[in-house]
Design a protein around this ligand. Sequence first.
Ligand code: KG4
Ligand code: ZN
Length: 345
Amino acid sequence: MIILAIETSCDDTCISIVEAEKDRGKTKFKVLSNTVSSQVKLHAKYGGVYPTLAKREHLKNLPIILKKSLKEAEEKIDIVAVTAGPGLEPCLWTGINFAHNLAKKLRKPIMATNHIEAHILANFINKETKNTFPAICLVVSGGHTQLILMKGIRKYKILGETRDDAAGECFDKAARILGLGYPGGPIISKLADTKIKGNLKLPRPMIFQKNYDFSFSGLKTAVLYDFKSRSDKVKNSKKYIQKMATEIQQAIIDVLIHKTIKAAKDFKAKSIVLGGGVAANQELKEQFQSAINKQGLKVNLFVPEPILCTDNALMTAVAGYFQWLKGKKWKKIKANANLRIDENI
Ligand code: KG4
Ligand code: ZN
């Protein structure tokens, strides 16, 4: 079974061709091609993603990437999978229309996939899932911050989410305030140095509240106030920027770890599963593991390799394969910018 998957929910144009094979009851995935065309340079000017510009780029890039992918993997395609949501609506429609035309041309079925589920499934490509569920999933990206209880593949319940900015958005906006460029996450994480001890202290919003919700806009505002209060000499000093980057990263990590571990304890989870661009943060991964060890929790930590944390179509192909297994069929897929993981597509 060969799946061609298309992902255009945000600012990356992604196409992947994956072979899924059942082997003694388990599915083995073989990556035949996996292309991501990033628009980062284009959006850097705006300090964030500009939807109409992103849509135009997807339209331009999709045929080029398709040609390249089909050259890399000359196999016959059996199904076409595409992200239906959540994401930026004009960008989602571009991928969906392209996928529909391709499926029609190939006379093959088309599968709609959920982008958040795909970020979670990026963890289970050729991995043993025995004794994994129930799992607590933390999906942290530029557009989403959600805690999800996962009882198995396609069995989800949203426990909590951000009330305002997403964790990745907070990294991006804080970097913009400090004049560091876009996207903020990788830039701040490169500057951050946990060995630095300083007197700079930022808030950890909602950390001790009993719910599973998050809020990051206050943290961004605290960064802005601190930055504004400093003299030009301090603002431009490497020492201040480095202290700030370290503290921003630590404040976000503290909240994410505290809330996720609380959920893991409350629901007696057997594993903690991370996904989304922010999960590419090495310090987050290390501190998660050390918190699990320190508290003596018997949970496995799943984190995809960095290129599978950020947007890609390989995870979309895997999500499409599970839709196909369920025997789902679509005549006309619709974009749903606010699609939820516990909703049917
Ligand atoms: O999953 P993703 O590629 O796109 C969305 O679906 O939003 O996530 C992009 C986000 C950006 O906000 C970016 O700053 C953040 O992930 N990010 C990181 C790191 N790499 C990417 N945040 C923290 N540390 C990183 N190493
Ligand atoms: Zn994403």
